[in-house]
Design a binder for this molecule. Structure first.
Ligand SMILES: C[S@@+](CC[C@H](N)C(=O)[O-])C[C@H]1O[C@@H](n2cnc3c(N)ncnc32)[C@H](O)[C@@H]1O
Length: 313
């Protein structure tokens, strides 16, 4: 299958990155290479693009796409988690970089590759790993985690108000038969949510699938951990551009940017600063930027996207 993923807010991302032809840029979520190919086109012979993805299929697709871009700029690709961004940049003999983009979550391709188990629309083994070397998959979570742990992730990562009932139904069902497929899990979730509550809103399995995917790939933990590293490796004036797809991610980015942009918190009457807090970032987007109506018409999957940008001081 061709890797079909429409890059979200492409023009906005490229503009916010302020690309310099001789700069070094990191795309931490290469996917099909949509954002990366536009960055690469703008690089001259001294420019470098470092692309990272934890999914081998994405790496292969991006490699093909980037190889077809006519540019003087160079690119290198690393198959790893972007939580290792510091080491990756060091490996390519750079102390700092001029811009970083993270376009979080799953790609359309991962959702469309039914056998990966990301989607309740395809019946497939329960997997959901972006990186197939990850020892934790969705089946392990669904079949071995305690009812309390399941309820907690479904509530927290899925923001699902029926979390306790869904966890109870999962545990009851797995006692008689292992839950092996996305279809079985989606049916169990449907029976756990009362019919009246199912009539409105998205597919009843959407929130629970999101929660399990986030847990399998440690998505929030990795994001929380990486934002300080990303700030440290940016050169002054360099920018970090992040696209999120749900409120949990957006909240983490917003809070981290606020914290990193914070200046001295000493009481005004102190003669000199004793807290030592100095801002590292300037927030460029006070409010998140969202896709235009035109983009939404063309690509409904962009609906929940939010873009935030900050600049290294
Ligand atoms: C939304 S897609 C990116 C699409 C890309 N911007 C494009 O235009 O084609 C997200 C990609 O990031 C990868 N990804 C998500 N979290 C990651 C992480 N922590 N480390 C490395 N790759 C990650 C996924 O495997 C997926 O391929």
């Amino acid at each position: 299958m061709e890797f079909e993923h429409k890059p979200i807010m492409l023009d906005e991302c490229v503009e916010f990155l302020n690309i310099r032809p001789d700069g070094t840029y990191v795309d931490g979520t290469l996917g099909g290479g949509g954002h990366s190919s536009e960055i690469l086109k703008r690089l001259g012979k001294d420019g470098l693009l470092i692309g990272i993805d934890q999914d081998e299929n994405a790496i292969k697709a991006a490699e093909r796409k980037l190889s077809s871009v006519e540019t003087q700029g160079k690119f290198v690709i690393e198959h790893t988690n972007f939580e290792n961004i510091r080491e990756v940049v060091k490996k390519h003999k750079k102390d700092s970089v001029d811009g970083i983009i993270l376009d979080l979550g799953v790609s359309s391709h991962q959702l469309d590759e039914g056998e990966r188990g990301f989607s309740y629309r395809h019946d497939a083994p329960l997997d959901m790993r972006m990186d197939r070397n990850n020892p934790l998959d969705a089946s392990t979570i669904v079949n071995t985690w305690s009812q309390e742990e399941l309820a907690s992730i479904i509530r927290e990562y899925g923001e699902e108000k029926w979390a306790s009932r869904i966890a109870e139904f999962i545990v009851r069902n797995r006692k008689t038969q292992k839950i092996s497929t996305t279809g079985q899990l989606a049916d169990i979730i449907k029976t756990a949510i009362p019919a009246a509550a199912r009539r409105e809103g998205p597919h009843p399995a959407k929130r629970t699938f999101q929660a399990i995917r986030i847990a399998v790939n440690r998505e929030l933990e990795v994001l929380e951990k990486v934002l300080e590293d990303v700030t440290d490796i940016l050169r002054p004036g360099g920018r970090i551009v992040i696209i999120t797809f749900h409120s949990l991610e957006d909240r983490i980015v917003k809070k981290a940017f606020q914290k990193l942009a914070q200046s001295c918190i000493c009481p005004k009457d102190l003669p000199q600063c004793v807290c030592g807090i100095k801002p590292k970032l300037k927030i460029i987007t006070r409010k998140p930027v969202t896709p235009s109506e035109e983009e939404l018409e063309e690509n409904p999957r962009a609906r929940s996207a939010k873009l935030r940008v900050a600049e290294k001081l």
